[in-house]
Design a protein around this ligand. Structure first.
Ligand SMILES: *[C@@H]1O[C@H](CO)[C@@H](O)[C@H](O)[C@H]1NC(C)=O
Length: 321
């Protein structure tokens, strides 16, 4: 009798205990996520972000020599993990084709240009400008690791004004010029954040179309793929073109800045009109130059670029040629 009475007593204790556990756990997680949602919508109301909550990456077919090394998508996961609630799109060849046909049907020269470009790095450059111009969001190369959630990239005081973000990738700091860089300070385009329709992106797209058409005009066999040299690539779709275009837009709003070297040694994210320029460590920490913090990560670090880049297989400072 004493024994048979024990089990129901144990059950009477266990059942509520298990229930309490589940109810507590459920409450804990739902309150937790509501608290996060409340926090986000509060800051939404105060400063709606002008950069849409979208992440874009690009993976176009590469030459066989690059494909043979194996292209890893392991860093792509960091973008998903760090930015829950953001849309994430990885554009491949077919995706790029559909995107351009959908969004640039009124400008057939855009698809013609994209298809005519021979170098996949150049196509990838062109495509990132096309995507951000129409949709906005964050573009980042496939060999970058997300370090800080995009939600926290723009300082609170600039959140209602910053429409495009450009990070310093090279800063000569008054030292000797480098044969790798056109300007004493270069802005990187391996990561760009922007609102849709930004005039800087419009200019990048227009220039690329114009210079490709010019190149096509010089082609001896019409309709053949457009071949650009490495320095032409850098100066047409790449970081030199990007740097020049952003710098011209900065000068429009800050005519007192006479040279791009005025940005040298920049310590904090700084707004020029709606252009937010980020210091070296935001997108370029861990590099052995430019005053970059060698020991990744620096507190300012937003992303880490791993330089597994497809058209230059090594960081330039490690390559002998
Ligand atoms: C780079 O492009 C700009 C603008 O198209 C041009 O003025 C400049 O001469 C070019 N520089 C080089 C080194 O090709």
């Amino acid at each position: 009798m004493a024994h048979s009475g024990k089990s129901p007593r144990l059950l009477r204790f266990l059942v509520p205990a298990v229930l309490v556990f589940f109810v507590t756990a459920t409450l804990y997680f739902s309150v937790g996520s509501h608290a996060t949602a409340a926090l986000l919508s509060h800051s939404d109301l105060a400063h709606p972000p002008l950069v849409p909550r979208k992440i874009w990456q690009i993976l176009l077919p590469m030459p066989a020599s690059v494909e043979a090394k194996g292209i890893s998508l392991s860093d792509a996961e960091t973008w998903l993990n760090k930015n829950p609630g953001y849309t994430y799109t990885l554009l491949g060849a077919e995706g790029a084709d559909s995107f351009i046909k959908l969004h640039y049907s009124d400008r057939p020269e855009v698809l013609d240009t994209f298809n005519a470009l021979e170098n996949p790095a150049m196509r990838s450059d062109f495509l990132r400008y096309l995507v951000l111009l129409k949709e906005g969001g964050v573009y980042s190369d496939i060999d970058t690791e997300a370090v800080r959630p995009v939600e926290h990239w723009i300082p609170e005081k600039y959140r209602s004004r910053a429409k495009i973000l450009a990070g310093i990738e090279w800063d000569q700091q008054g030292g000797p010029p480098s044969s790798y860089f056109t300007y004493p300070l270069q802005l990187g385009q391996w990561t760009i954040a922007s609102s849709p329709g930004h005039p800087i992106l419009e200019r990048m797209v227009d220039n690329c179309v114009r210079l490709s058409q010019k190149k096509a005009g010089e082609n001896t066999s019409p309709g053949s793929a457009l071949h650009f040299t490495d320095s032409e690539i850098v100066n047409t779709t790449g970081p030199a073109a990007w740097t020049r275009t952003v710098w011209e837009a900065i000068q429009d709003v800050a005519p007192n800045m006479k040279s791009i070297e005025a940005l040298s040694g920049l310590q904090h994210p700084t707004l020029f009109g709606d252009i937010l320029v980020l210091p070296i460590n935001s997108f370029g920490s861990g590099q052995p130059h430019s005053g970059s913090w060698k020991y990744f990560p620096h507190p300012d670090t937003l992303i880490k670029h791993k330089f597994k880049g497809s058209w230059r297989t090594m960081p330039w400072w490690e390559s002998s040629s």
